[in-house]
Every structure is written in structure tokens, then in C-alpha cells.
Design a protein around this ligand. Structure first.
Ligand code: NAP
Length: 396
């Protein structure tokens, strides 16, 4: 698990290479070929042309696609590079010898890869927050200190603030509160009653970040912020009542840590995922020029406001399931994934997403999430129940 130093070359496996995080990770890697090389690429199989172009450009040792039907077209496009396929192929590449595995897969499906990478002893650059959230106790039991490096900009910011706090390293007793910032999404300032008619097109338009569709929709409902609160609790061992969400529409401060002496340290940079991604790949060193810095020569105003829990009940619900622990976060996440599909398919109004998650969570009997099977069972139950509820929901 020892990472090569800043002057040695690191080999990186990129899972979800064709996605928003994956392509930006490859951008960081490509800019510094003396420092990084690609050992493996993994994607779902939906964008074969892009994956083939990445193979051509980065010459990985191996490539995998989750959807086996993508293999023939990929084979024709990339020639002799080994191709693995299906969930087993994806997990095999996640466990391959390399220095860092970046998990940029979307959704609960990323859990197997997270566990495979951790079991194999790889340092895990974690964008796929869902795997940590749903597999909480399992992932935490498996991960050694420092083995998971957060890619999420908020958690990268928190790690940087904690790291900046002192030479003796992370001291939880010096932390009063974690302050997680939220842009507020495209519907900030609206009352809940004014969001019933929201269309997928409107929900997919994020004001400050350009991201994949699932996280963009989750930013509109603020489910993403709820997931991030659980992620912060799991990563930094700070209880939920000391994790605060603050709306900061400019997305320049990515989170803050308030210390017991009244000092607050914030991390600021224009919204660009290449910064937190590069910090995981170069960890603990910074990658020069990874992203633009704040322009302090021009005037700007940054604002902060409390979260409207009535308009966006998803964060309070996430705190509730996070405090319950066990299989509860997996149920929250799985119900959400199904509700997003229903919303995109016109079967559920926008506000029905969180209402349905709450209904599914309310019906679930929480168990400890002591095994992968237990987590996957809870995930499958929540999906089935959310499908039933959304099939019965009145159309938009
Ligand atoms: N985007 C951001 O700025 C951002 C910021 C913070 C955190 N995150 C987190 O990072 C993760 C990725 O988000 P994203 O926005 O990059 O998503 P995305 O753009 O939708 O990309 C998802 C990637 O996963 C691949 N994939 C889908 N199913 C797969 C499977 N079964 N096995 C292996 N790969 C599979 C996709 O391949 P195909 O192209 O073949 O479908 C694609 O490469 C999410 O957990 C998200 O919450 C993202």
C-alpha cells in the first residue's frame, strides 16, 4: 500500500473511465506522463468509441467492460489489448497490481470494485461514494488507515482542512464541526410546492458543476448532499450532530472545518473536479497546474445561507438513515436510484423522489450490514419496493 514518491511514476487503474470523473482523471494523468501511467481502464460498455479512443491513447495493460455485449465492437477497435468482461472482469481489473485504483463508477454497482480494490491492498481514490455509504461497516472494516482517499470535492476539502490543522496530523478531538457546503442546486430558494412540476431537463441543469446525470439529479434533490453527510461521518468519524450543511451557491469553498478554539479553516478553488482528483493521484503531494486557482485580483462576493430542510428533506432523511447505520443507508441509496429512473421516465414527480425514498426507508427493518450478501439483499428489497411504489404513483 506504500505509494511511490513524487518523483516516481505511479500506475493508475481508472474505473468508470468514460464518465465525468473518469475522463477528468485521464486528463490529469495525460498532462503528467512522467508521473502517472494508466494500468487499466474499466467502463460500463455504453460508450465503446470513447473507451476505444482511451485505450489507443493511454495503452493500458488491460481493459474491462461490464456489459459483455460491448466486447466484439471493442475488440475490433482496439486490437490485441486484453479485454475482460462482466462484473467479474470489472472486479478483476479493480484488484490488479497498480498503485492507485480510482473508482469513478456511478451507483451501488461500484461496491464490488471498492471491496476488490481494498482487499487487494490498493490505495483507493474514491469517487463512488455510494459504495462507502451502502457498505459502510464492511468497507470500514476492510480499509486500513489512509487507504481511502476522497475524490468528492467536499471530502477532499475536509481532508485538506484537517491536514492543514497541524503537524501532528488528524486529531478528531480538536474538531468542533465539519461544515459541508452545498451549491443548493438549480432549485435553491424554491418552496417544496413550487417543485412538483420540475422536468428532468430542468433538474439536469446544474448551476455550477458539470457532472454525470445521476449526481446532477441528486444535486437537484440534495440527496447528493445527504449522501455526502453520511460519507463525511464514515470517512472522518465525526458524529452526525457535528456535521453541518451550509448552502454556498458560488461553489468556491468546498467545505470547512471548525475547530474547538473557534478557528475555521476553509478550502477554496473554482469548481473543477480535476483538483480533488489530482490530489488523490499525487497524494500527499499536489500536482502543479491541476486546476485554475481563485482570481484574487477581481472582486467577488461569496454568500452562505442555511439549508431549507422543509424544501429539501433529503438531507435530514440521510442523517436519519446514517444514524441508524447497518442496511439503512443502502436502502436510502437504492430507493433513490430507482426513483431517479422513474422521474426520468415520467412516472414520478420531482418531489415524489424523496417522498418515495422516505416511504421505503420507513418500511425497512434495519439489519447490521455484516456481509456483502446482507447489503445486496437490502439493496434488492429497496429497489423492488421502490419499483412497486413508483409503478403505482400517479404519472407526472
Ligand atoms: N461527476 C462529478 O463531478 C462527480 C463529483 C463528485 C463525485 N462524483 C461521484 O463519482 C461517481 C461517478 O460519477 P460521474 O458523474 O463520473 O458518472 P458518469 O459520468 O455517469 O460515469 C459513470 C462511469 O461508470 C461506468 N459504468 C457504468 N456502469 C458500470 C458498471 N456496471 N461497471 C463498470 N463501470 C460502469 C460508465 O461507463 P459507460 O460510459 O460505458 O456507461 C462511466 O464510465 C459517482 O459516484 C458520483 O457520485 C462525481
Amino acid at each position: 500500500m506504500e505509494l511511490p514518491g513524487p518523483h516516481e511514476r505511479r500506475s493508475i487503474v481508472v474505473l468508470g473511465s468514460t464518465g465525468s470523473v473518469g475522463t477528468q482523471a485521464l486528463d490529469v494523468i495525460e498532462r503528467d506522463p512522467g508521473r502517472f501511467r494508466v494500468a487499466g481502464l474499466v467502463a460500463g460498455g455504453g460508450r465503446v468509441d470513447l473507451l476505444a479512443a482511451q485505450v489507443e491513447r493511454f495503452r493500458p495493460d488491460v481493459v474491462a467492460v461490464a456489459d459483455e455485449r460491448a466486447v466484439p465492437a471493442l475488440r475490433r477497435a482496439i486490437g490485441p489489448v486484453p479485454i475482460l468482461a462482466g462484473p467479474e472482469g470489472v472486479a478483476e481489473v479493480a484488484a490488479r497490481p497498480c498503485d492507485i485504483v480510482l473508482n469513478g463508477i456511478t451507483g451501488a454497482i461500484g461496491l464490488t470494485s471498492t471491496l476488490a480494490a481494498l482487499r487487494a491492498g490498493r490505495v483507493l481514490a474514491l469517487a463512488n461514494k455510494e459504495s462507502l455509504i451502502i457498505g459502510g461497516p464492511l468497507v470500514k472494516r476492510l480499509a486500513r488507515p489512509g487507504q481511502i482517499l476522497p475524490v468528492d470535492s467536499e471530502h477532499s476539502a475536509l481532508a485538506q482542512c484537517l491536514w492543514a490543522a497541524g503537524p501532528s496530523g488528524y486529531d478528531p478531538s480538536a474538531v468542533r464541526r465539519l461544515i459541508v457546503t452545498a451549491s443548493g442546486g438549480p432549485f435553491r430558494g424554491r418552496a417544496r410546492a413550487d417543485m412538483t412540476e420540475v422536468t428532468p431537463e430542468q433538474a439536469l441543469r446544474h448551476p455550477t458543476w458539470d457532472m454525470g446525470p445521476v449526481i446532477t439529479l441528486n444535486s437537484a434533490t440534495l440527496v447528493n448532499k445527504g449522501l455526502e453527510v453520511i460519507e463525511a461521518n464514515l470517512l472522518f468519524d465525526i458524529p452526525f450532530d457535528r456535521i453541518v450543511v451550509v448552502v454556498h451557491p458560488q461553489s468556491m469553498i468546498h467545505s470547512m472545518v471548525e475547530f474547538v478554539d473557534g478557528s475555521t479553516i476553509a478550502q477554496a478553488s473554482p469548481p473543477d473536479m480535476r483538483l480533488p482528483i489530482s490530489l488523490t493521484l499525487g497524494w500527499p503531494s499536489r500536482v502543479p497546474g491541476a486546476a485554475r486557482a481563485v482570481d484574487w485580483t477581481t472582486a467577488h462576493t461569496w454568500t452562505f445561507e442555511p439549508l431549507d430542510d422543509e424544501a429539501f428533506p433529503s438531507v435530514a432523511l440521510a442523517r436519519h438513515v446514517g444514524s441508524q447505520g447497518g442496511t439503512a443507508p443502502a436502502v436510502y441509496n437504492a430507493a433513490n436510484e430507482v426513483c431517479l429512473e422513474a422521474f426520468l421516465g415520467g412516472r414520478l414527480p420531482f418531489t415524489g423522489i424523496v417522498d418515495t425514498i422516505a416511504a421505503v426507508v420507513g418500511e425497512h427493518s434495519v439489519s447490521p450490514a455484516g456481509s456483502v450478501a446482507e447489503v445486496l439483499d437490502a439493496d434488492a428489497w429497496a429497489r423492488a419496493r421502490a419499483r412497486e411504489l413508483t409503478a403505482a404513483a400517479p404519472p407526472r
